[in-house]
Design a protein around this ligand. Structure first.
Ligand SMILES: [Zn+2]
Length: 128
């Protein structure tokens, strides 16, 4: 049977898209849970051999955030990334935005306020 040659796209492009969709879901969930939180514009980047599993860089005054994920970790276990790491990083974004608008006082990362928000967004507590 003859087949047309298929163009095989970079599978991590697809994974990055799934991460962005999940992050946006949580972005809107957070807005429904927390009065003072307005969804931010999200950007997702997959980085090769990144030293972290993931980080969130929130530019609060511009109401946007860049989520960077370790590409190898994403390829290794996308479900863990979607179900744990994305909510975890989004909790950082929410905390940063609530600090920026004066709803939360500045506190250390992974403190009680962050943990409570992270749980509400469906995330685990392990650090990243
Ligand atoms: Zn963290």
């Amino acid at each position: 049977m003859e087949r047309n040659t298929e163009f095989v796209a970079d599978p991590t492009l697809h994974l990055g898209q799934r991460i962005l969709e999940k992050a946006n879901e949580i972005n809107h969930l957070a807005a429904s849970l927390f009065d003072k939180y307005t969804p931010v514009k999200l950007f997702v980047e997959l980085a090769n051999k990144y030293r972290y599993i993931a980080t969130a860089d929130t530019m609060a005054s511009q109401s946007r955030a860049l989520l960077v994920f370790n590409k190898q970790a994403v390829e290794y276990d996308i479900d863990h990334i979607l179900n744990n790491t994305v909510p975890h990083e989004m909790a950082h974004v929410v905390v940063e935005m609530l600090r920026h608008n004066g709803t939360l006082a500045p506190k250390q990362d992974h403190g009680p306020e962050w943990r409570s928000i992270c749980s509400a967004l469906g995330g685990g507590w392990q650090a990243s």
